[in-house]
Design a protein around this ligand. Sequence first.
Ligand SMILES: Nc1ncnc2c1ncn2[C@@H]1O[C@H](COP(=O)(O)OP(=O)(O)OP(=O)(O)O)[C@@H](O)[C@H]1O
Length: 257
Amino acid sequence: MPDEKPARLSARNVTVAYGGVVANDDVSLTVGSGEIVGLIGPNGAGKTTFVDAVTGFTEYAGEITLGDTRLDGRAPHLRRRAGLSRTWQSGELFGNLTVAQNVVAALRPGGPAALWRDLFGRRKTGTDELVASTLHAVGLGDLGETTARDLTLGQQKLVGVARALVGNCRLLLLDEPAAGLDSQESLDFAERIRAVARGGPGVLLIDHDMSLILGVCDRIYVMEFGKVIFSGTPEQARKDPAVIAAYLGTPMETTHG
Ligand SMILES: Nc1ncnc2c1ncn2[C@@H]1O[C@H](COP(=O)(O)OP(=O)(O)OP(=O)(O)O)[C@@H](O)[C@H]1O
């Protein structure tokens, strides 16, 4: 793991337009090192568009920095190299490979030959240790040799987090990571995310599961129609009339997204 101080994400005045639709309208948001920040809002509010802008998958106006590194104009793989990692809603594990091999595959985007060398070659130069420490960080330290398809859904999601974390991760973007989990699995997942954040990287968490968001996040942002309509602590959000009206229509404590 890198020993430099993990970076802070800063997005300033991010605007994304798809034809006539302004999907992000002057969005500003920060995530500090070791902080878990939630991003919530109704369907179509612009959350995924924001993640796409941050990770370089869509064009935008505005300014995005990771620590001191300006990311604007950089391709997605260069942002990944700078320390920005995301998980995907679809999960995308290799079911036939072991948990450890799935993590190695994320570490080496050098094509099948590089992956083959890492999996079966003699010179693994630190890869085993890196993978083991990453799996330990997400609580899967004992499951490295388990075949991915034999895992529970919650464990598979944690492998997805390990794949995003391995190597140089300074900011972790989790896009609906708890989708499909039951409430106990969601609580376990939240515990792991807390432990991961304590290790240094900032976390931006998008989810519709309000118990997860309100329970695990240090701060949250609420979006509606492409704009940020609230930022503050979960406690403040619970009481904010605009948030309640725009996002839920009912008090937050009793509602799941
Ligand atoms: N590639 C695209 N082309 C045109 N319009 C798009 C595109 N992607 C998103 N949009 C539009 O931008 C707006 C924001 O969509 P986005 O997917 O970012 O919202 P979201 O908050 O992530 O929603 P959900 O919670 O359903 O995932 C919506 O009006 C959507 O229809």
